[in-house]
Design a protein. Structure first.
Length: 342
């Protein structure tokens, strides 16, 4: 009897979900001019107001696609496929909560027009094999934003409080810039310091493990990787930023402040970066090990006893003072520099 009640309860729950007046499903099939189903077409849902990407997917081997449990609202549907004109449809939901689009025909494009279409389409993302490529300009971030801020805007990407990245449900192990490692092994070194407005595209894919690349033997292990493709202007010159802030903490420590900045210069052969941070809030931005990966680092520190220490390249100098000469608040700073030739 309990099984019967459970079955009835599940059916009622499914029925209530299907009849939810505030949710929407959209489905259709992508075909060519001969009505042959087209697998692998990129299907995107955009918000009409500002073209923000709401969701995306790909047509399956039967050309079918479906978006489920969407917020009931108007959308702009956009379908792209290599060698074909993009398809656009305005989606206006009806009363039943389901939009059936039927067969959507892709039309081939003449070769001489293909470059123009690619240049003007500016789709928020494209999918090629296992690579998802985001057009950075389609995702708005405030002035001075970092790559981390940009990643938070990308559908399918989650950035936690500590800056850890998940893409398509998997931990991102590596961040590269124009296909090259950004000095340290910690992805946060790039995402927290590089400027969002220097990025043209963000590519997410499964890369071979470092061991496979060294040995040339595929060990079957894959690393979720984010590649940041720079704008052409960022490759021709340097870019960076400096920020500062301060205030009172309301306690006995007095004023608190922080200043940080970075400068980067990249080209096809070399990478050069400087990152600096100074504060009295005990923040390091990235770990000391990350700065060691910059192949050279310095750190200095004062404490309440007026002890001072400085280290660089494995050498250190330190001296101390008595209580009468001690500083009122601890101040710490750290900087790193890196150069890589490929």
């Amino acid at each position: 009897m309990r099984h019967v009640f459970l079955a009835i309860f599940l059916l009622l729950g499914l029925s209530a979900f299907a009849q939810n007046p505030n949710r929407l499903s959209i489905r259709g099939t992508v075909v060519d001019t001969s009505n042959v189903p087209q697998a692998g077409a990129t299907v995107m849902l955009l918000l009409p107001k500002d073209s923000t990407l709401a969701s995306y997917g790909r047509s399956n081997d039967k050309g079918f696609f479906e978006f489920k449990n969407l917020k009931k609202a108007s959308y702009l549907l956009k379908i792209t496929f290599v060698g074909c004109l993009p398809i656009q449809r305005d989606i206006v939901p009806g009363d039943d909560g389901t939009v059936e689009l039927g067969a959507l025909k892709l039309k081939p494009i003449a070769k001489e027009l293909l470059e123009v279409v690619i240049r003007t389409a500016k789709a928020p993302l494209t999918i090629r094999g296992d690579t998802v490529e985001y057009n950075a300009s389609s995702f708005k971030v405030p002035p001075g934003a970092t790559v981390e801020d940009l990643l938070r805007k990308l559908p399918g990407v989650v950035v936690d409080q500590d800056g850890g990245i998940k893409a398509q449900g998997q931990d991102v192990k590596k961040v590269t810039v124009d296909g090259k490692s950004f000095f340290g092994a910690d992805p946060k070194l790039a995402t927290k310091n590089l400027a969002a407005d220097a990025i043209a595209k963000v590519q997410i894919f499964n890369d071979k493990s470092e061991q496979s690349k060294i040995t040339g033997v595929d060990d079957g292990r894959k690393e979720k990787t984010v590649n940041l493709e720079l704008k052409e202007s960022a490759r021709k010159g340097g870019f960076g930023k400096i920020t500062a802030g301060g205030g009172l903490d309301g306690g006995t420590s007095g004023a608190r402040g922080e200043v940080k900045g970075n400068y980067n210069r990249f080209n096809t052969k070399n990478q050069f970066s400087i990152i600096g941070l100074g504060n009295n809030t005990n923040q390091t931005g990235v770990s000391f090990d990350d700065y060691q990966d910059f192949r050279g680092s310095q750190s200095f520190n004062w404490n309440d006893d007026a002890d001072f220490s400085f280290s660089s390249g494995g050498r250190s100098i330190s001296f101390g003072g008595d209580d009468d000469e001690s500083l009122s608040i601890p101040i710490s700073g750290r900087s790193g520099r890196g150069f890589s030739e490929n």
